[in-house]
Design a protein around this ligand. Structure first.
Ligand SMILES: Nc1ncnc2c1ncn2[C@@H]1O[C@H](COP(=O)(O)OP(=O)(O)OP(=O)(O)O)[C@@H](O)[C@H]1O
Ligand SMILES: [Mg+2]
Ligand SMILES: [Mg+2]
Length: 526
């Protein structure tokens, strides 16, 4: 009788595994095979009872990690969000009555007028946590327009509420929306206008009766709700899909591959990838699905698109230019993507790193924490691109930063043209030595010498790009190259068990600039 232990995890002693000695015979060179009932190391006959016990233990420790990381919101948190949504529904009902009065509709039309809120995004899929925003679509009738009644009348009503802060309109996005905080919770609120007089509270937006004659912007705004409905219909088991997606999102955030504006995945991309794995592997437990997820996408033949079964077939669309096309469910289109050559290579590298880690699942030293370990930027890069965004007034900063972020893809592409590879760390920092309100980004930069990049040219072209289309007050932007030692202390934080034996080998091989066996996460998969 013995124990399987996750090192550094005192809880690991909770599960007793018989015949521990047999674990020593798991040959690390035999890849794992995936079987609906569990994991089997290929080429080696292992006592199935032992494998089952280890799997049980791994499942328990993964659940423990999900709880420890706060991936599932508490009941109080859920209740808080429910109240916010209920309050938003009350506000839009009041709004639509006001608009009906403004439009001088007959009394009975005013009485019948209604609008509603439909949630989508991570909240709609049930995979949000305390930090997630609420994506809430406002659905209104024929007489409430986007430009006047949504962006002016509703905006002003919301701005007057004590619960609402940091409200701003994002009018020039593909899906125009208002963004604000309601009782501290971030809300994305787009608008869809239906050609009906009354919008039922739980309007079925897949019903053609409600979709007849709607404009293109409303159709796009509805796409998030349609995609969510469709994913939830297509997966065989919603609960296990949610669990897988929670794990995958944590992995993507920790490894620095989450953030659509930075050229990585957004929530919708990971939702489709997770649904794809769930569809093809019904009745499979979570730890096996996590393993299959990494195995599948580590070796996916990109740019072959990922398409859910039972979805519409995508038409040829400009979005197919993405190196990692992922179909938007319930649509002929692909999810919008900003992936560039360098971010593609990083994502693929991280899939393969995940696959390598998960290969050790049955080994005694396996620890889930390694899979979800924060990406060690300070150890992997010697140079960083420092991007400082500032405005004179605090209340102008969010709009300016939002605008610059929406243009980051062009900056990444320009750098790639100049043979500089960037790893755009999506985390926002603040430079406290500056007087103006500011947001600072530190992106890993790979160049042979820091003066190799023509930074003046990069800045000039990026500023030109930023100059077209922004309607708010323009802020400042400065781009410089700094060394690891100049990073803020919290980014320099060193995780002792990752310290390199050879500090000159700081370059990840995925960027194609070398690296080698001295690097802790390099060179195991070509
Ligand atoms: N790049 C995109 N392509 C297509 N639809 C998108 C894209 N980005 C966002 N959406 C739609 O908007 C919804 C909300 O996006 P959001 O960025 O809030 O992500 P999310 O899935 O809610 O994850 P998070 O928990 O990070 O908020 C998505 O679920 C999707 O329907
Ligand atoms: Mg969201
Ligand atoms: Mg959102």
């Amino acid at each position: 009788m013995a124990y399987v232990t996750d090192h550094n995890d005192p809880r690991s002693r909770a599960v007793v595994v018989p015949h521990y000695s047999s674990l020593n015979f798991i040959n690390p060179n035999f890849p794992l095979n995936y079987h609906p009932q569990g994991l089997v190391p290929l080429g080696f006959a292992l006592n199935p009872a032992v494998v089952a016990q280890i799997e049980l233990y791994r499942s328990i420790s993964l659940q423990q990690l999900i709880n420890d990381e706060g991936l599932v919101p508490s009941q109080e948190e859920e209740q808080r969000r429910n109240v916010v949504i209920w309050k938003l529904k009350v506000i839009v009902m009041e709004w639509i009555k006001n608009v009906a009065c403004l439009r001088r509709l007959p009394e009975n039309h005013i009485r019948a007028a209604s609008a509603t809120i439909l949630t989508y995004g991570s909240y709609g899929l049930g995979v949000h946590n305390a930090e997630s925003d609420i994506d809430a679509l406002c659905v209104g009738p024929w007489f409430a327009s986007l430009t006047e009644h949504f962006f002016i009348v509703l905006h002003d009503m919301l701005a007057k509420r004590v619960e609402v802060s940091d409200i701003h309109c994002v009018k020039d996005a593909k899906v125009p929306l208002m963004r604000f905080k309601f009782e501290g919770i971030s809300i994305d609120l787009p608008y869809a206008q239906l050609k009906v007089a009354t919008v039922p509270e739980n309007v079925d937006i897949l019903n053609s009766m409600f979709l007849n004659g709607i404009d293109e912007t409303s159709w796009k705004s509805l796409s998030g709700v349609r995609a969510n409905n469709s994913i939830l219909q297509l997966v065989p088991d919603i609960k296990i899909f949610q669990e897988l997606l929670r794990c995958v999102k944590l992995w993507a955030k920790r490894r620095g591959v989450y953030g659509n504006l930075f050229g990585f995945f957004g929530g919708v991309h990971l939702a489709v990838l997770s649904a794809f794995i769930c569809q093809r592997n019904p009745n499979v437990k979570l730890i096996v699905l996590v393993s299959i997820f990494f195995k599948t996408f580590a070796f996916w033949p990109w740019p072959t698109p990922v398409i859910l079964q039972g979805s519409m077939l995508p038409r040829h669309h400009p979005e197919t230019r993405s190196p990692m096309p992922i179909q938007l469910p319930c649509s002929h289109e692909y999810c919008h993507s900003n992936i560039t050559t360098s971010t593609f290579l990083k994502i693929r590298y991280e899939f393969r790193r995940g696959y390598r880690h998960i290969q050790d699942l049955l080994k005694a030293q396996f620890n889930w924490r390694n899979l979800f370990e924060p990406y060690p930027y300070a150890k992997n890069y010697q140079n960083f691109l420092k991007i400082t965004l500032s405005t004179c007034k605090e209340d102008e900063l969010a709009d300016w930063v939002g605008w610059v972020k929406s243009r980051f893809r062009s900056l990444l592409v320009k750098l790639e043209e100049l043979h500089a590879s960037c790893d755009p760390n999506p985390t926002e920092y603040s430079d406290t030595s500056l007087q103006d309100p500011n947001v600072v980004f530190y992106w890993g930069l790979i160049v042979s010498k820091s003066d190799d990049v023509d930074l003046d040219l990069v800045q000039k072209e990026f500023k030109k790009n930023l100059g077209t289309g922004f309607k708010g007050p323009t802020g400042k932007i400065t781009i410089s190259i700094i060394q690891t030692s100049q990073l803020p202390k919290n980014l320099q934080h060193v995780d002792t068990h990752l310290v390199l034996s050879n500090p000159t080998q700081l370059v990840p091989t995925y960027l194609g600039f070398g690296g080698g066996p001295g690097h802790p996460s390099v060179g195991f998969i070509s």
